[in-house]
Every structure is written in structure tokens, then in C-alpha cells.
Design a protein around this ligand. Sequence first.
Ligand code: GDP
Length: 296
Amino acid sequence: MVLADLGSKVALALRKMTQATVIDQTVMNEMLSEICKALLQADVNVAQVKHLREQVKRNVDVEALAGGLNKRKMLEQAVCNELCAMLDPGKEPYQPKKKQPNVIMFVGLQGCGKTTTCTKYAYMYKRKGFKCALVCADTFRAGAFDQLKQNATKAKIPFYGSYTETDPAQIAAEGVQKFKDEGYEIIIVDTSGRHMQEEALFEEMEQVAQLTQPDDVVFVMDSSIGQAAHEQATAFKSKVAVGSVIITKLDGHAKGGGALSAVAATGAPITNIGTGEHIEDFEEFEVKSFVSRMLG
Ligand code: GDP
């Protein structure tokens, strides 16, 4: 069964409200109940959900407002503002610094777009004037190194990996050291994509983190995973210090509501979004346009 994305549910609740002839307390409460239910089902923190409800009620007193005012718009705006606030964990993302090595480790489920995102990230920083390099610590998926190699070559970014070494932590450590010695500023470590049930692979990820001591761990999440977002983000967060989140495949049909769960579960800010398969299809995260898209 495909579970509707949180963004779709919230958008539906707002649309239903728009169809009511008169916006009164009852209509507003129904709309808020549906939104809160959707948020809770997506495992967004209870306190945050309660806060959203209270804030909207406080900011838009539908009974007290004069008839001519556009209450629908005001309510939509109030919900939108609260969703924006939820996407801000109140923490600045790690900012790579010039003239020093910044080790950035990428983690995520298999197929989420991690390897593609590693190159996009490197390319973005390369254009900002950083000296970037890629390390493939994915020994699990056949062809992972070739894929990274191909992407990196296209983007003219140096890479490191091995066809023979089977210990990903070893490769990661060697690659990071090599690029540190060569004065690289952003050293990106791509790890194996995990399935949720593979405990051994999660342990392997911890070992890579221990040996490379990353300055930031980026959790890459496919926007179409819907309700599984919270469980996924929590599982990764429990093993490694997730500091940033990147949401991929926002060029598809997904509304990206899982982003709310990912931020709630990791306490980490979203830094970028992936909007296609190509290297340039990568944008800085902008909360207002993200929420409008989610509700659109
Ligand atoms: P990994 O297993 O997590 O490393 O995933 P890959 O980087 O191999 O990506 C899996 C598939 O998703 C590939 O076909 C990518 O081209 C595709 N992909 C990655 N990011 C995006 C995105 O933002 N939009 C779209 N449409 N496809 C993407």
C-alpha cells in the first residue's frame, strides 16, 4: 500500500477548509485536527504538533475577525508559518572552512540518491572555490565505485576507491588521509547504502565514522518515502552524528513532507535539495518555497 505523503495530507486538509462556505471555529478545528493527525502519524514530535495547533489558534481568531477578511488565506498563512518553523531545528548547518580539510560523510538508504548527491555536493563547493575530492567507501554494492568514478570524472573531481579492498572503513581512512595530505578542503566520503534491517551495515557505517572522524554527517533522504521518514532518520541518527539533511528527488511527485519528520528525528537542518539526475539539479534549501511546494 502506498501511504500518502504528509505534505499531501496537509494540503488536502487545507483544501477541504477552502470548500466550506463559512470559516468558523468548527471548520478551523476540523482542519487543524486533520493536519495534526497527519503530523502525528508521520511521527512528528507531539509537542511540536501541539505547538502548531496552539499557534494557529492564537494567531487567527476566526470568531473575532470581521467578516470581510480573508480568513482562509490567514489560516493557510498561519499553518504555512508553523510548518516553516518546524523545518528550522534552530541549529546552523556545518559550514565548511577554506584552507583546512573538511571531511563530510554521506549516509542514507540504498537508492536514496546518495552517490549522485555526493558529486552534486562536491560540484557545488567546487564552484564556490573549494578544492574537493570524493572517496568511495561503498564496497557493498557492485558497481558503486564505477558509478562514483564516472560521476567524478564528468565533474572533474578527484576520487579514491578500490576494487580489491573489502573493508570500507580502511578505504575511507586511506582516501581521507591521501586527500588531506594533498591539501584538499572538502573530502566527501560516500558510504554503502543501507537497508533498514542490516545491522552489520549500520555497524560498518559507525566504523567508517570512527576512522574518518567526519566534520559533518549528511543524511540523504528520498522525498518519496512518505511515512517511513521518521523511522529511517532515527535509525541513522542513533548510529552516527547526523548534522545535515539533504532531500532528493523533489522533481518527482512527492511533496516532501517526510522532511518534517527527518528534521524532527535528527534535530539537523536541511541544507540542500535534489531536483533531478544531473549534477546541476541541486539547490540550496529555502524553507518558504519548500513549504509552498509541499502544500501546492
Ligand atoms: P544511492 O544508492 O543512494 O547511492 O543512489 P544513487 O545515487 O545511485 O541514485 C539512485 C537513482 O536515483 C539514480 O538513478 C539517480 O540518477 C537517481 N537520483 C538521484 N538523485 C535524484 C534526484 O534528485 N532526482 C531524480 N529524479 N533522480 C535522482
